[in-house]
Design a binder for this molecule. Structure first.
Ligand SMILES: Nc1ncnc2c1ncn2[C@@H]1O[C@H](COP(=O)(O)OP(=O)(O)OP(=O)(O)O)[C@@H](O)[C@H]1O
Length: 243
């Protein structure tokens, strides 16, 4: 007897989002396998951020979203977080007036300090700066706080939106390494314009265009196909960022 394929951790079907008069997501459908990194790709404005927000219950959506077989669409955001979904938004949204430590403690859902070793092991810089106001950190350090705030919990699924956008090359490498290690303890859905990072850490790729899924499959196979990569993402495989 052959074993049936494992149920995806996250399943999205017939997902629609309308904002004002715009039909932004037009029947999105995909599954995310457990563990590792699934990259959510596409040119600017195709609906990647809206897809993550719909999963988090931050925009009104119709369709089916299930986590480990449990429907979550229509559920409030805090319940989705309690179901084990962590979200790192594109603009980071750290509390600038609070210290690094306070940002982490506010986000912590379980036992205080239980994940400190893991988080500070990933980001030793944050340990050194735990008493510094987060608003005075560099962009890269604020991105580390934003990632640390989800990694301080036992999330099953992490949705991370453009974590390396606007960061200096050295910090991009550090963030990429943190994402790779985070993917050892949780499943990651990563929106990322930097193709080199996708190539380095993503197993699967989902590509959107005009609010629809236009490609799913192995990230390595997609990026090895110069013509397909250029057609779907607008960049060559050796170039850096999606157009
Ligand atoms: N609140 C909103 N009101 C009106 N239009 C919106 C709103 N949010 C998103 N959109 C539009 O929906 C489309 C998809 O936006 P979204 O941010 O999801 O794209 P994206 O793929 O994440 O783009 P980017 O790579 O530029 O971040 C865009 O045309 C955007 O202008």
């Amino acid at each position: 007897m052959t074993a049936s394929p494992p149920t995806p951790l996250l399943e999205v079907a017939d997902l629609h989002v309308r904002i004002g008069g715009s039909h932004i997501l037009q029947g999105i459908e995909f599954g995310v396998a457990r563990d590792g990194v699934t990259a959510l790709l596409g040119r600017n404005g195709v609906g990647k951020t809206t897809t993550l927000k719909a999963i988090m219950g931050l925009v009104r959506a119709t369709g089916d979203i299930s986590l480990d077989g449990t429907p979550i669409n229509g559920t409030r955001t805090f319940s989705i977080v309690k179901h084990g979904v962590g979200y790192v938004p594109e603009d980071r949204e750290v509390f600038g007036g609070l210290t690094v430590e306070e940002n982490l403690r506010l986000a912590e859902l379980g036992e205080r300090g239980a994940h400190d070793d893991f988080v500070f092991g990933l980001f030793p810089e944050l340990k050194k700066r735990s008493r510094q106001q987060a608003g005075t950190l560099s962009g890269g350090q604020q991105q580390m706080v934003a990632l640390a705030r989800v990694l301080i919990n036992d999330h099953r699924l992490l949705l991370v939106d453009e974590p390396t956008k606007g960061l200096a090359p050295k910090v991009v490498g550090e963030v990429a390494e943190a994402l790779r290690r985070a993917a050892e303890v949780a499943t990651l859905v990563l929106v990322e314009q930097n193709i080199q990072i996708v190539r380095a850490i993503a197993r699967d790729a989902i590509v959107l265009d005009h609010g629809q899924v236009v490609h799913t499959g192995s990230a390595a196979e997609l990026l090895a196909d110069e013509a397909l990569t250029r057609r779907l993402l607008g960049v060559g495989r050796s170039e850096g960022a999606v157009a």
